[in-house]
Design a protein around this ligand. Structure first.
Ligand SMILES: Cc1cc2nc3c(=O)[nH]c(=O)nc-3n(C[C@H](O)[C@H](O)[C@H](O)COP(=O)(O)OP(=O)(O)OC[C@H]3O[C@@H](n4cnc5c(N)ncnc54)[C@H](O)[C@@H]3O)c2cc1C
Length: 411
């Protein structure tokens, strides 16, 4: 698609924008930029579009963007809307605190809280990009790096193709090659946590199981996040378990069911019911790494977004939401700035502290969720008000309207 006429600073008006990676972040960026009238090409390594079978939660700060790109209704049609998230003690199930996620979330923050199957989310985003420009997404296109000059940037692909553009966005995820070129190798350190992921059809549980509520079960050295998907047809569970054994950062690594059962011995009967109901050959485990936030993810014509820029532990359920926010803010910065370098610098100034805060707060939650005794859990939770904390800085952010300022913007 050629660039359509736009009002705006002359030098960015006809920019051709290359995106490496068609994950949740890259696709959202493509949709935002296409709606703004830019010429966009997305290069994805996979031979076909798709996502794995697990859940992802999206709060109002992300869903403003989903409404803007015209997919919120479609997402709502396939989502589950939880009434609350309860923080519960691992063995007794006692509720320590709750976050209000139904009407309370929407009326306070202007958008819904949705629990989505990742495959549905990805498919809806990809369909929207294809509606906006049927030729935008290029599959079987593995990025290996880029070259840049004063006149443009060239994305290098593994099969030898060289793709020219004005701006390159590295949206190529946690193992990003674009990040390696911009930032250098940043060595991850293993958290000590491995995350099991399970999805189970809900007809395998007793009627009214967990009352549709989402829950975070906290206890010594581990926690479990449980929520519903697809209007309640599926239950999604991620169990983060401290483990000395490091395995790969991959969603498709299977492990023996007996290992999971053993790791959660002594946990509440509802957690046992979930483990007992899962297909025993469908227990996946992913090693969770921590990456120190970086100070600069730009060059003159290349930038990063999503997990490529600021990989985070999932303990605030905000990694994909940050990628979505990045997409909207970056688009606004390109529209508002009179040069590519100015746009990328405005983008970084307005995103780096907020995303670093998500990384830090997620890590902080690990310590809280894994406290060693019920007494300590009760004492520490009594000092926190999760609902207010998240309202104050996290869910109340709207990437479409937040003021964009040059200079590093505190989160
Ligand atoms: C257990 C767990 C639970 C989570 N829960 C939540 C949640 O509830 N809410 C939330 O907001 N976030 C959650 N997250 C985080 C979220 O999954 C990620 O932050 C999000 O998927 C990042 O999106 P992305 O587009 O940046 O990267 P990715 O989704 O990793 O997409 C990267 C894309 O780039 C492609 N690619 C990679 N390398 C290349 C290359 N060299 N060339 C071309 N293409 C390439 C990949 O194939 C992929 O399509 C969770 C994460 C985990 C591990």
């Amino acid at each position: 698609m050629g660039a359509i006429h736009r009002e705006g600073p002359v030098s960015n008006r006809d920019a051709k924008i290359l995106i490496a990676g068609a994950g949740l972040g890259g696709l959202t960026a493509a949709a935002c930029l296409l709606i703004a009238g830019y010429d966009v090409e997305v290069y994805e390594q996979a031979p076909e579009l798709g996502e794995i079978g697990a859940g992802v939660q999206q709060s109002a700060n992300s869903n403003h963007v989903m409404r803007h790109i015209g997919v919120l209704d479609r997402l709502e049609a396939v989502a589950f809307r939880p009434p609350v998230t309860e923080f519960r003690i691992f063995n007794t199930g006692e509720v320590l605190q709750e976050l209000k996620l139904a009407e309370g979330h929407e009326s306070r923050f202007g958008g819904p809280y949705l629990q989505l199957h990742r495959a549905d989310f990805h498919e809806i985003l990809a369909a929207r990009v294809i509606e906006l420009d049927p030729a935008a997404i290029h599959l079987n296109s593995t990025a290996t790096g880029y070259e840049e000059s004063a006149d443009g940037v060239t994305l290098l692909l593994a099969d030898g193709r060289r793709i020219n553009g004005d701006i390159l966005i590295g949206a190529d995820g946690i193992k990003s090659v674009i990040r390696r070129q911009i930032v250098g190798d940043i060595a991850p350190s293993y958290t000590g946590d491995a995350a099991w992921r399970l999805t189970v059809p809900t007809d395998r549980f007793r009627d009214g199981f967990l009352e549709g509520k989402s829950s975070i079960w906290v206890g010594p050295d581990k926690h479990a996040v449980v929520y519903f998907l697809r209007g309640g047809e599926l239950l999604n569970c991620v169990m983060a378990v401290e483990s000395d054994e490091w395995d790969t950062e991959s969603w498709t690594e299977k492990r023996p069911w007996e290992e999971l059962k053993g790791a959660l011995a002594g946990w509440h009967e509802d957690i046992q019911a979930i483990i007992d109901a899962v297909d025993k050959d469908r227990c996946f485990r992913w090693a969770l790494n921590v990456y120190e936030p970086v100070d600069n993810w730009n060059t003159a014509r290349a930038t990063l977004m999503g997990d490529a820029a600021h990989p985070t532990l999932p303990y605030l359920a905000q990694g994909a939401a940050m990628a979505v926010e990045d997409a909207a803010v970056l688009t606004r910065c390109i529209e508002q700035s009179s040069s590519v370098a100015g746009a990328l610098s405005l983008y970084q100034d307005n995103r780096i502290d907020r995303t670093a805060r998500v990384v830090r707060e997620s890590h902080r939650n690990r310590a809280l969720f894994h406290l060693q005794s019920v007494e300590e859990l009760k004492a520490q939770f009594a000092k926190r008000n999760m609902d207010k904390e998240r309202a104050d800085w996290l869910y109340s952010y709207n990437p479409l309207t937040v003021t964009l300022e040059p200079g590093r913007v505190a989160a």
